[in-house]
Design a protein around this ligand. Sequence first.
Ligand SMILES: NC(=O)C1=CN([C@@H]2O[C@H](COP(=O)(O)OP(=O)(O)OC[C@H]3O[C@@H](n4cnc5c(N)ncnc54)[C@H](OP(=O)(O)O)[C@@H]3O)[C@@H](O)[C@H]2O)[C@@H](O)CC1
Ligand SMILES: Nc1ncnc2c1ncn2[C@@H]1O[C@H](COP(=O)(O)OP(=O)(O)O)[C@@H](O)[C@H]1O
Ligand SMILES: [Mg+2]
Length: 288
Amino acid sequence: MRSHLESLPALPTRDQDSHKGSYGTVLLIGGSRGMAGSIALSGIAALRTGCGLAFLACPESSQGIIASFEPSYLTIGLPEDEDGRISYEANSRIREQMNSAHAIAIGPGLGSSRDTELLLLDLYATTEQPLVIDADGLNALSRLPDGLPKPNGPRILTPHPGEMGRLTKTDAKTVQQNREEIAAEFAEKQQCIVVLKGHQTVVTDGQTVFVNMTGNSGLATGGTGDVLTGVITSLIAQGLSPFDATRVGVYLHGSAAEIIAEKIGEDGLIASDLPLAVAEAIHRYRLH
Ligand SMILES: NC(=O)C1=CN([C@@H]2O[C@H](COP(=O)(O)OP(=O)(O)OC[C@H]3O[C@@H](n4cnc5c(N)ncnc54)[C@H](OP(=O)(O)O)[C@@H]3O)[C@@H](O)[C@H]2O)[C@@H](O)CC1
Ligand SMILES: Nc1ncnc2c1ncn2[C@@H]1O[C@H](COP(=O)(O)OP(=O)(O)O)[C@@H](O)[C@H]1O
Ligand SMILES: [Mg+2]
């Protein structure tokens, strides 16, 4: 089914008599050494999508640089290993912070290690809140020897074809040959929502399959997926169901790229252009 504007749900209303607590809190986990920008892009995008508060949890040596990208979110420094990746010791601090989060995302710039695999295994199996898993979070899930555990809450996986190939023990080329069926089969088997990214992104919960028609080649640049993670997590925190938040988020992310292309074309779009354009896409979406 093609995901057209008419078939998409309305966004929650914003009362004039509201406050930041009315729009939900997100917790975003990632941003290891050398990839601090990725979780910052997710955090800025979450705020530009309208959530009330965004907490970014990252290795403590990345905290200063991540905080300096954007003063509007809060940062939490976590124990790390010698390569600047979050260590398993961070689990208790993450769990403490999770209590106040309405939606959580993990993966952008997380890095890969045995500890990140153990963290993912634990969070995936036990977290009650909706959990968006992207990038190295997906890579960690792909490496679990016994496959994915049964989730204890909604799970939204956002692989690009390379990551989907790792999850399904095939490769990107095989995935691209049969995008809708592979995504739907995986979603049904694992009881999760799958966002198979790329041109005409597929969103499926295993029962229904949506194909998004917004976006352009300007999105083929580093960091745009990290932005999408923030957008979807923010919409869930604001009260949309995980499936609605995901298909609306993918639509808005593509619309944002189209808004930028109207002004500067597709060649020079960079990921940090997107969050403000997502805000404009939301404005247009509400006016429709
Ligand atoms: N600013 C920052 O800090 C940024 C940090 N980032 C962080 O970097 C980490 C690594 O993530 P990553 O996605 O760059 O690498 P990886 O998972 O090896 O994927 C590449 C493989 O997938 C394939 N592939 C991808 N898309 C495809 C498509 N549409 N269609 C078909 N194939 C496709 C691709 O194929 P190829 O290009 O070879 O044809 C290749 O094989 C991660 O933590 C992330 O968060 C980035 O977010 C950037 C900004
Ligand atoms: N040609 C394209 N047309 C439409 N969307 C695209 C295109 N190329 C990439 N995208 C979108 O850009 C984003 C890229 O995400 P991802 O591959 O995770 O990048 P990164 O990890 O660098 O942030 C996804 O939302 C994907 O659907
Ligand atoms: Mg990515």
